[in-house]
Design a protein around this ligand. Sequence first.
Ligand SMILES: [Zn+2]
Length: 360
Amino acid sequence: MKNRTLLFFILSILCFSCSKEYIEPVIDSDLQTYYDSFLKEAQSRNITISGTGGFVLKFGSANGGIARTYPAENKIVVDSVRWKDVSASEREFTMFHEFGHLFLKRGHNIRTLPNGEFKSMMLTYEANSNVESIHLYLGVRRKYYIDELFDENTAIPEWANLQFDPFPLTSSTRKLVASQDFDESKELSTYLDQFPNTQFKIPEKGILNVKLPKGDGFSLVPDKIMEMASVLPAKRNDFMKSNNYEIEFRYRLKSGTFKYLYSPNIYQNYAIFSHTFNPISYRVLSSFFYFRFSNYTINNDFNTIRLVRKGDFWSVYLNDKHLFYTDVWSADQANQLIFAIAGDEENAEFDLDYFRLYEL
Ligand SMILES: [Zn+2]
């Protein structure tokens, strides 16, 4: 009798849930693709997403954010104005973050990986002073962050460990192609592309002193540097197209801060490295690489930065300490090599000792 009562009880619960009709989600057609790919990512990990019945995903106003989740109403509202300004990858990032709140019941996580990057795409920039970078969400990082979204215990990826050194330096692995040692001031305009207010001088042989106002900048033109180093034109072209090269420069910061930009293949894929910066102020440029390296800089003396590209991967070293690794995730294989130094949030002055190009 007891068992029959229990059975009846179970059956009535089951029938009750059967009779509750599933309400199809209402999703704006421009946002459907993000919802679909979220479900696909869940499915590929054997995770069943519940709570989709009655879900609403639509455009509206998100109170200053790109999107906002309303758990009680099973609703996500995407800001119709902000949405237009963000890149494709940032859109997916934003949607997956919100789906994380709503469907995976995840709260914010401000923990960082060993190298200072965000541990989770459930990040928030508020009240987080530990973070060393803007979140990056492409290539190897995209895969890790989606894994972590569905499983908080996902192992720390190797690129996030400070000991990770994908391209250890040995003397036989690189060959000097060209070097600019700043010996003579008369050639400066040849290889320096500058904004109007940056001032250069050579106070002593072998040192380029740069006064860089806030918001100004300049770029070093690698093919011009090779030309001056008497590298034959054919060899110059080979170098520019090569996926295996290294840029090295040595600098001493005298005041302020600067950032440098490096494009491994196309203009849009800048890397921005800065001594200090406020992540929030940079967020609008979310498809760029960012790294803050103040913790690794030697103050009042020379620092050496090396940018190493090998095939589809590249790495950054400061004073031979490996800082940053990623894949070149652009489909564009234009192989342009851009290198620029730009003023940060205050005026800066620094000395450049040399700028070198190596073949790997
Ligand atoms: Zn959030």
